[in-house]
Design a protein around this ligand. Sequence first.
Ligand code: CA
Ligand code: CA
Ligand code: CA
Length: 554
Amino acid sequence: MIRIVYNIKLLTFILVIALTFFISLNTIVNNLSYGAYSKALPSTSGPTINDDNLTVEKVASGLTFPTGMTFIGDNDLLVTEKNTGRVMRVLDGEVQNNPVLDLSVASKIERGLLGIAVSKHSEGKTNVFLAYTESGNSQDGSDVKGNVDPLGNRLYRYDYSDGRLINPVLILDLTALPNNINRTDHNGGKVLVGPDNNIYYVIGEVGGHRTQAQNIENGPLPNGLGGVLRITQEGQIVNEVPIFGSELPLSIYYAMGIRNSFGMDFDPVTGNLWDTENGPTAGDEINLVFPGFNSGWALIQGFSSDDTLGDGATPSDLVIFGKGKYAEPKFVWQIPVGPTALKFLNSEKLGKKYENNMFVGDINNGLLYRFTLNAERDDIAINDTYMGDISALADKKVDSTVESIPIIFGQGFGGITDIQIGPDGYMYVLSFTGDLYRVVPASQSTMPSPKPLSNEGIIPKDSILVTINGINGENSYSPNPIKIKSGETITWYNADTVSHTVTSGSDSDPNEGELFDSDAILSKQPYSLKFDDKGTFDYYCIYHPTMGGQISVE
Ligand SMILES: [Ca+2]
Ligand SMILES: [Ca+2]
Ligand SMILES: [Ca+2]
């Protein structure tokens, strides 16, 4: 077992400097990044795919904030639940009553049971790897209610036998100190078994740790956080030419400079690792993660030339160990969507043109995105198989929400937490809402197709229509301002491609959302509100605070 625990008392002075930096940055980021935690609700008419040949079936429901899944057989998968710490088995579309395993997890904000991967050995043995934030006192959520610090983010190996997970072995302990600094975010947590049979585990900076792994030149040494880590299935250092360095913890880093991530997968054609990464107020990324990849956080996020963090840093300012090397992201959302899962479709069951395409889910909008790669498969190349105007994506960057239309493959899932391909070759999509979906050819489905989304029929009669056009200042909501009479109802229809809110107040208002708050209004969905009280009410979108509107009730 590899244990990374640091006593940093000797580094107090450095830490104080680092903390000062961290707190000031955190204050700024927290004021603007609530979008990162906003989770889209599912479409009332069910998820849809933007290809009439494909449809979405609901496989199972009733899971409690599921975060990850892995197939152990045909129509047989294990699903992790974030806050309960349970591993549930979904067999032939039925969530089995008794959990396969019930762990004690710390669960505040992004902590919890976060990742699962399976390794089937030729001699018939099956190992399951689980990544989770272990509770400090054997109680679920004691960090939420009792302020009990978790034991740490840990990776365990289990034997899977007769529907049970047994013989836990702790193979990686990331009890980095301090545990947190009133922050419980950026725990990453996805786990993969690589083509080389080693374990790949992505962990974020965990509560804003600032070390040399976050490219802070005068910071403490790396503490095992903020990167993709690689170890053997036995919890040993991989016996290869060192990437960043031969001593712990550098010897377990495969990549560093990663703020946070909820998604990674190996390209089935090349064996290259790809990930999604989450920026603060901007700069969500897709990356090709080669050995030694430095993603640039906390100095660079998004394309370095954009200076998204506004610190003027360039790749030459980064902390480079051994064979470490900075590389630009392969794709960027300048407006955050909260990308989560990333999965290659290693099947032609959904049509030859989608085989080995890359699919990405997001949590903020419940959208499923599709990407094609170039011939060398070392870059994203959006080709003529997409619908709509792809010219604005030539820069590999979504600068305004409308630019993302061609890459949207499906919508209405509710915030997506994982994507897997089943042994049946179909795509499985997991939503935090507890629902598991499957994308199948319409010709193979016995379920009725959901209706296409449009505002016809979903705007209530006698209601005054306000269209949400997207991020466009005081023209974001139309008409704006609007005058109505007491007792009248306004229905907002979201004509944009991403979720927005109708929230009373404004960004700087401490009472924001007190009078009314729609929560996420999904793309192509309505939200209605009746106004009885007279007065003038400002409102805005909490995800995109520059969007503003005003209602006068007379
Ligand atoms: Ca539990
Ligand atoms: Ca990066
Ligand atoms: Ca663009």
